[in-house]
Design a protein around this ligand. Structure first.
Ligand code: NOJ
Ligand code: MG
Length: 578
């Protein structure tokens, strides 16, 4: 008789242990992206720096963040604000010294915050020793870059080798008299592409990884990885072929989207390189047990994105960035479109890999501006509560908005290269890079300088950390509540189901071992009455756990599952009362 009770119990226990496998640090954490130039200025020069970051690590801790990835802080002439690296082994002087970096790591270790750096393998700087040596004819360094002869046109004028365009518009080739050749730069002129068909480059860049791993970093975000290889020109009589026209309705032949990048992007060799880097990460893990994480930056179709995870035999990145919340949807999207975008990564990813959620970064307009300020909490709800790893761009926790930057103040090469004082803002990334808004004081508390490198966005007097911390219902407090909730088993291990109740309202359920949560986001101004018993096991009463800033509901309120009134732009997380 007793066995009758014990058997189901045993079965239950086995099931539970099976489902709740131990998760690694990176699988449960929130990665918080810091753009060092704009986070915190410690020395009053109007430019954020490493000591500024160190002084604010406790803030990250309070948010519930366990890791931060820093956009490049390496030595750079700043033509692309640090993505043009002149010395991969050194810290940029405006940002501090190697000692400052070591202090940052030490403080982060004390607080148990992992530091992830930006690895920029595709290109260096035209002001690096490597490039200068190349121009001097030093063979080793000459072969670090991609050189090609120009072609002389019918008027006797020397032209670039082919039609390839830079991501930031205009030819991807730049002539250097010193060597009588053009070099390739898929980004700005100051970012000469490195030559990955040269084993010395492969070796050198592995040394870069090891250098920073030895300093104690917990991984890398890998920049512009799909641009790593160009087609093998040996297959084309030794000349890089023209790229075909994209067929997009684009009139400007100098625009990047004018061409279909079949020879400069997503080449097969790229993935093997990523797997080789992962091997290095795993060697470090074998030594000390700490997993080093790789996040790859690729804006691509799901099948291309998934190749970064590995090929079934070899492992690659743990987190090929999932950009659907940036590229596929915005404030005009219907709930169905948002569900469709969310399901995309979840559908395509290998069954044993984790999803990740990225709603913003330093290259894309902010959530409050792309969706709407009222949807900040709802989007944070998606990022923090959908199954997988959460990635937050600094400032999204308080709902910062894009700053207005005049043409005169524009510094981003992507904006400047438009040569268009009217429409530059469609390409400029300055608006999402404005200084972080700490408080209502001078320069939003970011800097004591008279002028900051980019102006502070309007409205910082009321939209800042200090005000929100002192206000019970604020984005930051919603964010913290979501970060806490995320640690519950239902969100760590639980399953996921979603539905678009109508064109405006998306709901999703997360559940595990008898605990069930439902999150509801209303993307529009219409008010709805929803029957959440649509979801299996969602019946009776539901307790409000988190509610967005403009919600009339408070945590602890109880609603009936079969009739939940959801207000304009309201987002809430409910828990089924046992
Ligand atoms: C992607 C980075 O996020 C962006 O800021 C940069 O301009 C390009 N890669 C080139 O490095
Ligand atoms: Mg400074």
């Amino acid at each position: 008789m007793r066995n009758l009770f014990i058997l189901p119990l045993l079965f239950f226990l086995v099931q539970t242990t099976k489902q709740s496998k131990d998760l690694d640090w990176w699988e449960t954490t929130i990665f918080y992206q810091i753009y060092p130039r704009s986070f915190m200025d410690s020395d009053g020069d109007g430019i954020g720096d490493l000591n500024g970051i160190t002084s604010k690590l406790e803030y990250l801790k309070e948010l519930g963040v366990g890791a931060t990835w820093l956009s490049p802080m390496f030595k750079s002439p700043m033509y692309d604000f640090g993505y043009d690296i002149a010395d991969f082994y050194d810290v940029h002087d405006e940002y501090g010294t190697m000692e400052d970096f070591e202090k940052l790591i030490a403080k982060a270790n004390e607080l148990d915050i992992k530091i992830v750096l930006d690895f920029v393998p595709n290109h260096g700087s035209n002001e690096s020793v490597w490039f200068e040596e190349a121009l001097r004819g030093h063979e080793k360094y000459f072969d670090y870059f991609v050189w090609e002869d120009g072609v002389v046109d019918e008027n006797g004028i020397l032209r670039p080798p082919n039609n390839w365009n830079s991501v930031f518009r205009k030819s991807a080739w730049e002539y250097r008299e010193e060597v009588g050749k053009y070099y390739l730069h898929q980004f700005v002129i100051g970012q000469p592409d490195l030559n990955y068909r040269n084993p010395d480059v492969v070796e050198e860049m592995k040394n870069v990884l090891k250098f920073w791993l030895d300093k104690g970093v917990a991984g890398f975000r890998v920049d512009a990885i799909s641009h790593l290889f160009e087609v093998d020109k040996a297959k084309f009589d030794g000349m890089y072929p023209d790229e075909p026209l994209s067929g997009n309705k684009i009139e400007d032949p100098e625009s990047y989207d004018y061409l279909d990048h079949i020879y400069t992007k997503d080449q097969d060799e790229t993935y093997d390189m990523v797997y080789q880097w992962r091997d290095i990460f795993d060697e470090y893990k074998a030594k000390d047990g700490l997993t080093r994480v790789m996040m790859t930056e690729v804006y691509a179709s799901p099948d291309v994105t998934m190749r970064y995870f590995g090929d079934g035999e070899r492992e690659g990145a743990q987190m090929p960035f999932n950009f659907v919340l940036i590229t596929d949807v915005d404030g005009s999207s219907s709930a169905a479109e948002i569900k469709y975008a969310i399901d995309k990564f979840l559908t395509f990813k290998p069954i044993d890999k984790l999803a990740n959620w990225v709603a913003g970064n330093h290259d894309n307009s902010r959530v409050a501006s792309r969706f709407s300020p009222e949807l900040v909490d709802g989007i944070n709800m998606l990022v923090l509560l959908l199954p997988g790893v959460a990635v937050t761009y600094m400032g999204e926790e308080i709902g910062m908005v894009d700053g207005y930057i005049s043409w005169e103040d524009t510094v981003d090469p992507s904006g400047c290269n438009t040569d268009d004082p009217i429409n530059y803002w469609t390409a400029s990334r300055d608006p999402e890079r404005t200084p972080f808004q700490w408080n209502a004081q001078k320069n939003a508390g970011f800097s004591s300088a008279d002028k900051t490198w980019l102006p502070v966005a309007d409205g910082y007097e009321t939209l800042n950390v200090e005000v929100q911390q002192a206000t019970e219902r604020s984005h930051i407090n919603v964010y913290k509540a979501l970060a806490r909730l995320r640690t519950e088993p239902a969100f760590r291990h639980g399953r996921y189901e979603s539905v678009a109740f109508n064109s405006d309202v998306l709901a999703f359920k997360r559940w595990h071992n008898g605990e069930t949560y439902v999150a509801v986001i209303n993307f529009r101004d219409e008010v709805y009455n929803l029957d959440l018993t649509y979801f299996e096991n969602v019946t009776g009463q539901l307790e409000v756990i988190v509610s967005s800033v403009q919600s009339p509901k408070s945590s602890g309120d109880v609603v009936e599952a079969d009739g939940v009134q959801i207000e304009a732009r309201e987002s809430i997380v409910l828990k089924v009362v046992q």
